[in-house]
Design a protein around this ligand. Structure first.
Ligand code: GLY
Length: 376
């Protein structure tokens, strides 16, 4: 049974680890994934570098400490420099980066410079929106024919930056792009059985759909666990910004697919094609993202809807099992959640701590502990 006291104990473990890491990651950030459960400190230049400052914001929300705030301030200066100099921003993950840095700071502290930073970041992200295909190109140079018109399910989490920009400026171009993108993601990334493609190509000459494919999943027709998790969380987020109930329904179908493809301890293998007894690795980061998604989804369902309680209970059950996948047995580790997988086909970050797994683990704990106004 997941009690408030148990959640509090786990938050304290996370909080203390963050405080221990403040000095190492003052202006640098943890590398995307650990090596043997240790993150090296690296310069801020990857898509994952918002997760550390996102954790700092959550820690500050849980229990304010001037030492944490001081590092947030230093990190924000690095994010501004990255934007000013456009350091490795030629991808769609600008939303991940600037939601957890600039928007989080604006929401928590109402800092005008953070609002400005988020709006400028939204303009950079908008360059990737193709007016004919009506999607944001995920990866690669905009002139790269191989990548043009390619959207990926992860992008759901980048859209809040665009909703923010429209809400703040009154200019609807950002919102229109986000809404068009999410509707096409809903239409083409979700398969008939409610599993998902990781990526899907639109024709940028005609706007017609082309085909789905994987990048980090087992195969083009399998279901990459973390992709499904980005859908379970990302579609309800777009619902909160648009009021489009069909997005909640899609997330619910994706959640049902995910929950029915879990092994006995409810912690997914890295691809949902693998089931109980498989010798493949888990991806604990997919589980942490899914818990946040289930809780967000449940929040918007009426009390009379049987799914509300079911998703809340599923979230808590996964969470309780994730407690067995932390670095508590590895006191030298500076990470939180063990057994994440970055890319099995790419051979990177297999059975390691992942910065996003750690962030969403903490977000899930905070969500379970008290009400929290989302940064997304
Ligand atoms: N968004 C990239 C990943 O989930 O690996």
């Amino acid at each position: 049974m997941l009690t408030k006291k148990r959640i509090e104990q786990e938050i304290d473990f996370v909080y203390n680890k963050i405080v221990d890491n403040l000095e190492a990651f003052e202006t640098k950030v943890p590398k995307a994934v650990s090596t043997n459960y240790i993150y090296p400190a690296v310069e801020n230049a990857d898509w994952t570098d918002g997760f550390w400052i996102g954790m700092l914001h959550l820690a500050q929300y849980y229990q304010p400490d001037p030492r944490i705030q001081a590092v947030i301030t230093k990190q924000l200066a690095v994010f501004k420099k990255r934007l000013d100099e456009e350091i490795v921003l030629n991808h769609h993950d600008i939303g991940f980066l600037y939601s957890l840095s600039a928007i989080a700071d604006y929401r928590e502290n109402k800092t005008a410079s953070s609002r400005d930073m988020a709006l400028r970041a939204a303009d950079v992200l908008m360059r990737r929106y193709n007016e004919t295909a009506k999607v944001l190109q995920a990866w690669g140079d905009l002139s790269d024919k191989e990548q043009q018109g390619r959207m990926i399910i992860d992008c759901n989490m980048n859209l809040p930056l665009l909703y923010f920009a429209s809400n703040e400026t009154g200019n609807l171009i950002y919102r229109t792009a986000a809404e068009n993108h999410v509707k096409l993601a809903q239409k083409y990334l979700i398969r008939e059985d409610y599993s998902t493609f990781h990526t899907f190509y639109m024709d940028i000459e005609t706007g017609e759909p082309r085909y789905g494919a994987t990048a980090q999943g087992f195969s083009d027709d399998s279901c990459w666990s973390r992709g499904q998790a980005w859908g379970i969380y990302g579609f309800p987020i777009s619902y909160t910004h648009t009021g489009d109930v069909s997005l909640l329904e899609s997330a619910s179908h994706l959640a049902d697919y995910y929950l029915s493809h879990l092994p006995a301890d409810k912690v997914a293998y890295w691809d949902l094609i693998f089931t109980e007894g498989s010798t493949e690795e888990r991806d604990t980061s997919a589980s942490a993202i899914t818990v946040c998604g289930l809780l967000e989804l449940a929040k918007h369902l009426p009390l009379t809807d049987e799914r509300k309680k079911r998703y809340e209970e599923a979230a808590m059950e996964i969470m309780e099992n994730l407690f067995n996948y932390t670095t508590k047995d590895y006191p030298e580790s500076n990470g939180l959640l063990v057994q994440g997988v970055y890319s099995k086909p790419g051979g990177t970050g297999i059975n390691e701590c992942t910065t996003w797994g750690d962030y969403f683990y903490f977000e899930a704990l905070i969500r379970l502990y008290k009400s929290w106004a989302t940064y997304w």
